[in-house]
Design a protein around this ligand. Sequence first.
Ligand SMILES: Cc1cc2nc3c(=O)[nH]c(=O)nc-3n(C[C@H](O)[C@H](O)[C@H](O)COP(=O)(O)OP(=O)(O)OC[C@H]3O[C@@H](n4cnc5c(N)ncnc54)[C@H](O)[C@@H]3O)c2cc1C
Length: 455
Amino acid sequence: MKKLTIIGGGPAGYAAALYANNFDLEVTLVESDILGGTCLNRGCIPAKYWLHLAELNHEINNASDYGIQVETSEIDWNKSALKRQDIISGLVNGIGMLLKSKKVNVINGWGKIENEQSVLVKKEDGSEISIESDYILLATGSKPRELPSLQFDNEFIISSDSALNWEQPPKNVCIVGAGAIGCEFASALIDLGSNVTVVELEKEILPGLDKRTSGELRKQLTKRGVSFKMGTSIDSVADKEVLLSDGEKENFDTILVAIGRSPLTENIGLEDISVTTKNGYIDVNLETMQVIGTKNVFAAGDIISNSPQLAHVAFAEAMSAVTYIATGNPSPINYSAIPYVVYTNPELAEVGLNSDKAKLEEIDINQAQHSFAGIGRAMIQNQNQGLVKVYAQKDGPLVGASICGPSAGEMIHELMYMVGWEALPDEAAEFIHAHPTLSEAVGESLLSLNGKGLH
Ligand SMILES: Cc1cc2nc3c(=O)[nH]c(=O)nc-3n(C[C@H](O)[C@H](O)[C@H](O)COP(=O)(O)OP(=O)(O)OC[C@H]3O[C@@H](n4cnc5c(N)ncnc54)[C@H](O)[C@@H]3O)c2cc1C
């Protein structure tokens, strides 16, 4: 039986360990902290908990629209924090039990490559063990990126790691960065009663995503009270006073820096196998996930170059690496049809190309859009703002879609299949969407793409 050692027990590492059970592989997983990595402990799950709490609060405070009279909501922050921790613990324990049931040898400690077939593990008590194996998979993930002028002090200038651990959010928050993490915090905090200012260097939020749908999200968050300072940065911070590049001065309780994440590739022994990194990222062959310049070392998840830092991508890359290790056959993932979801209220979801990306790739496209304004189900839910946009190559298949609206993160998946399977617009438009559903907006946008819009 071949042996595989995995360093890191986040989505990439634990998915690889679980998936290896489908093959003839003996697996050791080394994790220095808590199983589940960023995703379960300080990323996807706690962030979505805060967003759900905020949405619930917003719904309750707006129930009078439907004739339901409720006193203003009051949150028991301690109880809410306990529920959040309960969900996280349940998931972390579940991963531990799954790994046990699949006979994965889990070791707690810091893993470091000694050579292509050996990993040295330093345990918390200072003892060390060497694990020999045929293959190594690196899945050490990432950490919040710092700005040299705004270094984390975990009190006033903080990262998402600290913010997700708040029992109660602060009253006045400045968020630096309007990427997915910054926007999700803005959406949650505004619906939980904080004053929120977002400072972003670019002209539009969610750089890289469709400008029309991102603009719609910005408009809706602005309406609810978020103050966006676009094309702006922080010049200086003195005590709790922040000087912005537009000359304005404001006082905040907290500055939350959300400008992206840096790969964790230091002190894991890359120099011992002569692997160099680019800005900390590891280059891999995306067909096999093999680290360039090595034979037996693979990598997956947030640490690799040219791949989005997303949990579901980490899962897929891990499975791709394990398949190649076990069978010798490449099983590459389809990077052109990866769904990307921003879990704000309303959600924004995208797959494949948008007009800017198509322009960059010099692909001529046709596009169509349909608004949620007249979608009955969206009106019932009081969420009939937003739109669906679809893109097809001129005389060719669907190549992308972007949605800003209720449940966009669920709806994007039907468009993911269409883009992944390269459906032609007239084939895609043949399918009937149930009435009344939010997905009717997708059906209508596909009809419009064929020049045969109904409503
Ligand atoms: C606030 C926030 C919200 C997010 N929301 C989403 C979302 O909604 N959807 C989504 O898809 N993605 C989301 N992400 C991103 C997602 O969390 C990451 O893409 C994902 O966790 C990456 O998985 P990974 O296994 O590569 O790394 P990680 O999850 O970072 O796991 C790496 C693990 O390796 C361990 N480790 C590191 N070095 C060593 C070592 N030398 N020895 C032993 N162990 C080591 C670490 O302790 C960690 O447990 C979010 C991230 C943040 C911060």
